[in-house]
Design a protein around this ligand. Structure first.
Ligand code: NAD
Length: 247
């Protein structure tokens, strides 16, 4: 039986670890060719490309710093020349920063916005020029993309509100071209960014209905659903994968 994403060409940012790596694996298992970016962990990225390449599809890791958004249109051109198209874009790369307003360094604010917002804009702005009807854009936002869940998270909150906002607006912009855009809003997911043994882990667990952290694979499952044929009438949606955090 043909796999749901057979021969689709996907690009995932921040694919070498955490949620991004789980997305890369699932897309490849569902039949897609997968290009993904990494910032510093070249060894992990090369190992993952080799691992998923063994599923029988093409896989390639590209160094690309999301903190330098102007470089991202070149990445689209490289993927196009290596893979011959682009059907699925997953904007996953992101960083977290806490801090109280009044105490935040401008340089830290600017870096977070470059990675979490400017890079999503720059890459998508270049990608849509080459994407065709049927293509999918999936933006990894956060439960903090629709609510302020606690103090000292204003900068991250604002960045993820922007990601969710882009998704909804771009769904309206691109519907006529047949390109679907959705946001996935994870709750606490056990990754290096937010380990389930970390200092705020118990508070985060208690905010979910299920009383636990999610796994990267549980976010990847939502992404492959939104990338696949069963989601053909879903655009402009935000899918919470949060154990009931934002219920
Ligand atoms: P992670 O830190 O484990 O992985 C982040 C990925 O982004 C890595 O692959 C990293 O290389 C990449 N990245 C970071 N800075 C980069 C840069 N300058 N250039 C290129 N790539 C860069 O984090 P994660 O938990 O897997 O998070 C993935 C996404 O999910 C992020 O957008 C994050 O905001 C979002 N998210 C995570 C959680 C959570 O609890 N883990 C919750 C909600 C949303």
């Amino acid at each position: 039986m043909e796999k749901p994403l057979n021969k689709k060409i996907a690009l995932v940012t921040g694919g070498s670890r955490g949620i991004g790596a789980a997305i890369v694996r699932r897309l490849a298992q569902e039949g897609a060719h997968v290009a993904f970016t990494y910032s510093s962990s070249e060894k992990a990225a090369k190992a993952l490309a080799k691992e998923v390449g063994a599923y029988g599809n093409k896989a390639k890791a590209y160094p690309a710093d999301a903190a330098a958004p102007k470089s991202l249109p070149r990445l689209v051109a490289k993927v196009l020349s290596d893979f011959g198209g682009l059907d699925i874009l997953v904007n996953n790369a992101g960083i977290f920063m806490g801090g109280k307003i009044g105490e935040i360094r401008a340089a830290d604010y600017e870096r977070l916005m470059r990675v979490n917002v400017d890079a999503v804009f720059a890459l998508t702005n270049a990608a849509v020029k080459v994407m065709k009807a049927g293509a999918r854009i999936i933006n990894i936002s956060s439960v903090l993309g629709e609510r302020a869940c606690g103090p000292d998270m204003g900068v991250y909150n604002a960045s993820k509100f922007a990601v969710t906002g882009f998704s909804r607006s771009w769904a309206k912009d691109l519907g006529a071209k047949g390109i679907l855009v959705n946001a996935v809003q994870p709750g606490p997911i056990n990754t290096e960014l937010n380990p389930e043994t970390g200092e705020n882990a118990d508070v985060q667990k208690s905010r979910t209905a299920l009383g636990r952290f999610g796994r990267p694979e549980e976010v990847a499952a939502a992404v492959v659903f939104l990338a696949g044929p069963d989601a053909a009438y879903i655009t402009g949606a935000t899918l919470n994968v949060d154990g009931g955090w934002n219920a």
